[in-house]
Design a protein around this ligand. Structure first.
Ligand SMILES: O=C(O)CCC(=O)C(=O)O
Ligand SMILES: [Fe+2]
Length: 359
């Protein structure tokens, strides 16, 4: 298969074809994490020195107002990113037969894939997925009563030779940043900093290498169709090409996130939306493609363990603000999502609003 303008890519509904995004100064907030380089995160926001409490306020405003922000001075060594970017380029340039040696299938959602769908429309993308835990443990089936578990193993390509090491080193670096962000977000919700950490032992976190080849009809297709990330938190590295559009909460306009060198783009995922009882929202975004340049990006999806029951945190619900969701098992949710974008389905994908309480 190749990237021919085959009809499955084409957004049938002209309403949803990519209208140009606005590129202006009103884009997502930029947060400087340098206070974290000097000071460890205290367990309560009251114990934080002024530089840190200022940071917590900025993160709170960004999560509430946008659901998205960029961070600089994040402490992840640039060499780690450059090494994994080079590995990704070296892999995606290989002939299709070579990449398909590590193709994902119905049994194993890890490895290479070139027929991704988002909400049942095909994306102009090829991807490579790997988990942080090896193996990662997920439910064996999507059936609610079935308690059997399945181990999923990474599939590593033989080329480029440095690929596996580069991916693993990068994952270690990003996980540290993920915990810092999680702790900051806990503080913004007036919770002890480490309150959420326990959910991430035996995590189902994974990293995706994305490649969007140049597209002959960028006005008819999208790199990734509009979606919300079904994760706790996403930490995204994008290259210098640009193409990520975020739906601005204030007015629903698509806003392009212009690349900022050495920054990461952070977004609150569906799980934080539920934990926070809708204080924070998981925001819709998409990727536009262009006819000249291929684009690479690397999201890190920070996810809890499969047995986590996700529901609004007790500290954040009250008589006046009752739980807006009933609990669901993360493993089953993940399995349903990961296995359903495997191919075009006639039914809608699972979404958190399916667990919303009627009030
Ligand atoms: O490539 C990007 O900029 C965004 C990727 C993304 O939204 C995803 O992989 O979920
Ligand atoms: Fe996404």
């Amino acid at each position: 298969m190749g990237f021919n303008a085959d009809s499955s890519f084409i957004l049938q509904d002209t309403e949803h074809r990519p209208k140009p995004a606005i590129s202006d100064a009103g884009s997502i907030p930029l947060v400087d994490l340098s206070p974290l380089l000097a000071t460890p995160i205290p367990d309560g926001v009251d114990e934080a020195p002024p530089a840190l409490s200022g940071l917590v306020e900025q993160v709170e405003a960004a999560c509430r107002g946008w659901g998205f922000f960029q961070v600089i001075n994040h402490g992840v060594p640039i060499e780690l990113l450059e090494r994994v970017q080079a590995a990704a380029r070296g892999f995606f340039v290989l002939p299709s037969e070579e990449k398909r040696r590590v193709i994902r299938d119905e049994e194993n959602p890890l490895g290479y894939y070139d027929a991704e769908h988002t909400r049942n429309v095909r994306d102009w993308i090829e991807v490579f997925d790997f988990t942080l835990e090896e193996p990662a443990v997920v439910p064996a089936s999507t059936e609610p009563g079935d308690r059997r578990l399945q181990e999923i193993w990474n599939q590593w390509p033989a080329y480029p030779p440095d690929f596996r090491e580069a991916c693993k080193e990068y994952a270690k670096g990003l996980e540290k940043l993920a915990y810092k962000l999680l702790e900051l977000i806990a503080l913004t919700l007036k919770l002890p900093a480490k309150k959420l950490n326990k959910f991430f032992k035996d995590s189902t976190s994974f990293i995706r290498l994305n490649h969007y080849p140049p597209c002959p009809s960028p006005h008819l297709a999208l790199g990734i169709n509009p979606h919300k990330d079904a994760v706790a938190l996403t930490i995204l590295a994008q290259d210098e090409v640009g193409g990520l559009d975020v739906k601005r909460k204030s007015d629903g306009e698509w806003v392009r996130v212009e690349p900022t060198p050495h920054s990461y783009i952070i977004n609150v995922g569906d799980i934080i939306q539920v934990w926070s009882n809708d204080r924070y929202e998981s925001i819709e975004h998409r990727v536009s493609v262009n006819s000249e340049k291929g684009r690479f990006s690397i999201p890190f999806f920070f996810n809890p363990a499969q047995d986590t029951m996700v529901k609004p945190l007790e500290e954040l619900v009250s008589e006046d603000d009752p739980a807006r969701y009933h609990e669901f098992n993360w493993g089953k949710f993940y399995k349903t999502r990961r296995f359903s974008n495997f191919r075009k389905l006639a039914v809608e994908n699972i979404q958190i609003y399916h667990f919303r309480n009627t009030q």
